[in-house]
Design a protein around this ligand. Structure first.
Ligand code: NAD
Ligand code: UFG
Length: 335
């Protein structure tokens, strides 16, 4: 199929590009490089020996986006482009709504105009807010605690309404849990700007000596060891989940929503131990106060994706840490 991948130069997008190319699809990436480097795509081309058509374009630029759709006949769009830093979103809510929500509306308008009605959207477990229980199933109540999460919820609603208005659309909302790890080659991986917000890239930077120690946000949660529990999923498993979602779309599946996680919860301290084992480096840490907005425990019920997509995450926590370490230790300063 001929696929447009928005945000394809980013962390998850670049891994998805690799899997889509290896599966024989033709791909075009639209990315404004606001949080990524073109180098990631060059490396994907080198690993796969295949080519990517690239446009350095913002999805808010209607005229350019329209031109891209006029020049290409896409079968489907995988929509990763978006801003994703929770803390930043509380300081710059308008930028987040403009970029994520208006960007998606723009994209869908142009898709509609060109009669491209298949879209897979990167949603997030953040749409479950603070869940009443775990594991979290797709039918759980939705809420948002910050502008980033609200932008994801709004986009989900917009895409639902779009489908209700015209059932020729096929929409798959994929709710990712916590993506970590990197491609086995060690050539592509997560490349955060500045101080990482997320646990895994922070631990990796402590391991290479770029940061002194990890600050653990609270050890008084009602969890196995008091630290926060999350469902970490290998980014390659996540990328493969998109391939399966695309297969689903081919059967005119309508509107579908799936959790993509492993179904297992690991604490911050368990992640530190697993990373020490993978890297043979000591990760110094200190416990500090809870981070505002964090929840105690979050992991997925993945039975729906297992059943309907025939998808299951295969890579365990040791592989996630080993692959993250390979990427980080071979690329001390990222791309
Ligand atoms: P990323 O920042 O690495 O990738 C996003 C890409 O989109 C970047 O390359 C960026 O340059 C591009 N982009 C942003 N705004 C754009 C715009 N207006 N026009 C064109 N390109 C634009 O992030 P990621 O971790 O790869 O996340 C991909 C998607 O998955 C995002 O939508 C994110 O919200 C979602 N998601 C990520 C996580 C996570 O923990 N990484 C969890 C749940 C959901
Ligand atoms: N943590 C620390 N120290 C750090 C960073 C994180 O102790 O320096 C802890 C957090 O308190 C939490 C766990 O590690 O218990 C994971 O935190 P992350 O920031 O890596 O991930 P979150 O679960 O907070 O959020 C991530 C993304 C969100 C997304 C969510 C679900 O940042 O955008 O996963 O997909 F919505």
């Amino acid at each position: 199929m001929n696929i447009l991948i928005t945000g394809g130069a980013g962390y998850i997008g670049s891994h998805a590009c690799l899997e889509f190319l290896n599966a024989g699809h033709q791909i075009t990436v639209v990315d404004n490089l606001s949080n990524s480097k073109f180098e990631s795509l060059k490396r994907v081309e080198r690993i796969t020996g295949k080519q990517i058509q690239f446009y350095e374009t913002d999805i808010l630029e209607r005229v350019k986006l329209n031109e891209i759709f006029s020049k290409n006949k896409f079968d489907a769009v995988i929509h990763f482009a978006g801003l994703k830093a929770v803390g930043e979103s509380t300081k710059k809510p308008l930028e987040y709504f403009q970029n994520n929500v208006c960007g998606t509306i723009n994209l869908c308008e142009i898709m509609k105009k060109h009669d491209v009605k298949n879209i897979i959207f990167s949603s997030s477990a953040t749409v479950y807010g603070d869940p009443e229980s775990v594991p979290i199933a797709e039918a759980f109540p939705l809420s948002a605690t910050n502008p980033y999460g609200r932008s994801k919820l709004m986009i989900e609603e917009i895409l639902r309404d779009l489908y209700r208005s015209d059932e020729k659309w096929n929409v798959v909302l994929l709710r990712y849990f916590n993506p970590v790890g990197a491609h086995k080659s060690g050539k592509i991986g997560e490349n955060p700007n500045g101080i990482p917000n997320n646990l895994m890239p922070y631990i990796s930077q402590v391991a290479i000596g770029k940061r002194k120690n990890l600050q653990i946000f609270g050890d008084d949660y009602p969890t196995k060891d008091g630290t926060g529990v999350r469902d970490y999923i290998h980014v390659v498993d996540l990328a493969v989940g998109h391939l399966k979602a695309l297969r689903k779309i081919k059967d005119n599946s309508g509107l579908k929503i799936y959790n993509l996680g492993t179904g297992n919860g690991y604490s911050v301290l368990e992640m530190v131990k697993a990373f020490e084992k993978a890297s043979h480096r000591k990760i110094d840490y200190k416990i500090i106060a809870r981070r505002s907005g964090d929840i105690a425990e979050c992991f997925a019920d993945v039975s729906l994706a297992n059943k309907e997509l025939n998808w299951k995450a295969k890579r365990n926590i040791d592989e996630m840490c080993a692959d993250a370490w390979r990427w980080q230790s071979k690329n001390l300063n990222g791309y």
